[in-house]
Design a protein around this ligand. Sequence first.
Ligand code: HGY
Ligand code: MN
Ligand code: MN
Length: 414
Amino acid sequence: MENLRIDGDRLWASLMELARIGATEKGGVCRLALTDLDRQGRDLFVRWCKEAGCSIEVDKMGNIFARRAGRNPSLPPILAGSHLDSQPTGGKFDGPYGVLAGLEIIRTLNDLGIETDAPVEVVAWTNEEGARFAPSMTGSGVFAGVFDLDYGLSRTALDGATLGGELERIGYSGPTAMGNRPIGAYFEAHIEQGPILEAEGKTIGVVFGAQAQRWFEVTVIGQEAHAGPTPMHVRRDALLGAARGIQEVNRIGLAYQPNACATVGLIQSSPNSRNTIPGHVFFTVDFRHPDDEKLSAMNAELRASLERIAEESKLEIAIEEIWYSPPVRFDPACVQAVRDAADRLGYSHRDIVSGAGHDACYMSRVAPSGMVFVPCEGGISHNEVENASKPDIAAGAQVLFHAVLAFAGEAKAR
Ligand code: HGY
Ligand code: MN
Ligand code: MN
């Protein structure tokens, strides 16, 4: 097993080449799901997989599966993958690392002339980020049966584009039926996107689970009126109501420390004119906690706060939960395979729970799944400065390779 080494330089070069698609001035990436830039990234990935001798399948949600045959085609495949879409101010590694680390496994198997027992597949999931089409992880969610296909295809962006329409437009509305096929195991390499591994000087995160999430959409309705003649005490200011609501989101997040996370990331106010009192405000809430009951309590507190604000400020406030992702525990055998690989390869490691959601969270419902984390600089992600070191990127891919091989069956030279 010890000579089974991936090529870290080749992986890094592929990451940097892909990062040129949608590159931003600050060194990040903006490749929103199903835009032309996402299509270009997908096309490059497909070309590389074909060059590596893989057969390609695209399903009805645009998930791309690149398959390397194994000795026994009847065995369920071992998958490695992640996503190619990014946040608006995203980085080079969030998503592409897991996809290209999977491709690096294929390339290394080819270099070493190794035939695995089971087929190995690399997958690029559609719309993991949920930045353009909410919620997150819709491609893997439909594959895993969490959402039905109509729900997935009907997700609508703020500009009115539908996920299904955009899949058609960029030519990635595939013929393959969704999911419903045996998968031997699924592994995903990802940057941690938080500060723990770097702070502790650990190279590998052995991910044993992910925290729960709830996403909400809040609409505040007041009354547009003139900013000049309207006395303060008669106003029904929707933006002031939203501000109080946002303050409550933060207060609730702080009240449920040490693990709660509470974020308002998107706000729209209308009519957005300096001298008109806002009459209509829309904002989003992202609540997370490893403990499901605490997350429910945060939800209840938010609803109570918004009710009180509506009454006090004579506003109409509606809150809709649009997404709930329960806490995830990955398969113990997959977690152990990652831990054993890190041990065998001599990498420092620690068990860790994922603060972020990942496609592996949904894949864990249909296949034994595990994840490999590597540190990112300053723990920063969903930011154009997102960075990781070449040795860590290689180390994570090395661990991924050994974990996949542990499930793909003994590797023999062809
Ligand atoms: O939001 C998340 O956790 C992921 O980046 N989609
Ligand atoms: Mn990601
Ligand atoms: Mn992300």
